[in-house]
Design a protein around this ligand. Structure first.
Ligand code: GUN
Length: 298
């Protein structure tokens, strides 16, 4: 079998088109222009690339997107003051602080300082708690972390709105950014969910039973063809750059793609799978935050 390859780039483009129309419709109804601020600390090259994409896509959609660049030497208190300023700014409906942050910064304090209504990453404990408590989390009413939301959207595109119930899902990785919220979302869709991580003995024993396998561990090509149940849906969240003799190297995921596509039923590529969906879901969350704050949909 050769797996069907999910075109995340095309699906994300569809989302962006719909969201651009939605921005125009809200402006036509007299709403203020949605504002998004992406805060970046220091010069971590992948983070800088991600935030540039986020601000550029925001602008494409008619959202007032801006990057707030801060020095790598910043203290927690200085960063908290920036967050408070954005909380208080009525032109800013949405914000995120790009992670990772330098070691001197108290990350939980910073994330907890963000107004939950503007927290488009969904990392504030209030939003995490709301997600955990929801029977069927509604992305229009609740800010849900962008990468898991994008993974769920791809899975719903493959399996249909009611097609995930009863499926065995294995999430590789237990991060607050992807693994844990994704497991929660899959549970809300009535999947049977297991989370495997760096201390899981013999993860392959779990993954070979998975109808849905989502890899979010950041270990290049760890998941081999032998880990995959024939016909499974495989979502690859990992992005790593590996040496290939060229100056830039090559982007690979957590899944050994060529081996996996020979076994899986459906698979996302890297690049062009989950990555563009994360950015599209950030824009979706920005409009959700804008609607919740302006009451434009009420
Ligand atoms: N670093 C890696 N992924 C993310 C994300 O989704 N949001 C933020 N803020 N930082 C990240």
């Amino acid at each position: 079998m050769t797996a069907f390859i999910i075109d995340g780039k095309a699906r994300a483009a569809g989302w962006r088109l719909a969201l651009k129309d939605e921005v125009a419709a809200r402006l036509a109804r007299g709403a203020p222009r949605p504002g998004l601020r992406v805060v970046i600390v220091g010069d971590h090259p992948p983070s800088r690339a991600y935030v540039r994409i986020k601000a550029r896509v925001a602008d494409e959609l008619g959202i007032d997107g801006g990057i707030v660049e801060l020095p790598t030497t910043i203290t927690t208190d200085e960063l908290l003051a920036v967050v408070e300023g954005l909380n208080a700014d009525p032109a800013v409906h949405a914000m995120l602080v790009q992670l990772p942050l330098p070691p001197q910064v108290d990350v939980p304090r910073v994330l907890e300082a963000i107004d939950p209504a503007k927290d488009v990453d969904g990392f504030h404990p209030v939003n995490v708690g709301r997600l955990t408590n929801a029977t069927r989390p509604d992305p229009a009413a609740l800010l849900i972390p962008c990468t898991p939301l994008g993974c769920l959207d791809l899975l719903l595109a493959v399996h249909g709105e009611d097609g995930l119930a009863g499926k065995r899902a294995v999430v590789l990785g237990r991060s607050n950014i992807v693994g844990k919220p994704l497991a929660t979302l899959l549970l809300s869709r009535d999947c049977t969910v297991a989370i495997a991580h760096s201390r899981t003995a013999d993860p392959e024993r779990l993954t070979v039973e998975a109808d849905l396998l989502i890899a979010a561990i950041g270990r290049p090509e760890l998941v081999r063809g032998s880990w995959i149940k024939p016909g499974a849906t495989v979502i690859d969240v990992g992005v790593s750059r590996v040496a290939d003799g060229t100056e830039r190297g090559r982007l690979v995921g957590d899944v050994a793609f060529e081996e996996a596509r020979a076994v899986a039923g459906t698979i996302t590529p890297v690049p062009g799978g989950v990555g563009p969906m994360t950015v599209a879901m950030l824009m979706r969350n920005t409009l959700a935050a804008h609607a919740l704050q302006t009451g434009i949909l009420a």
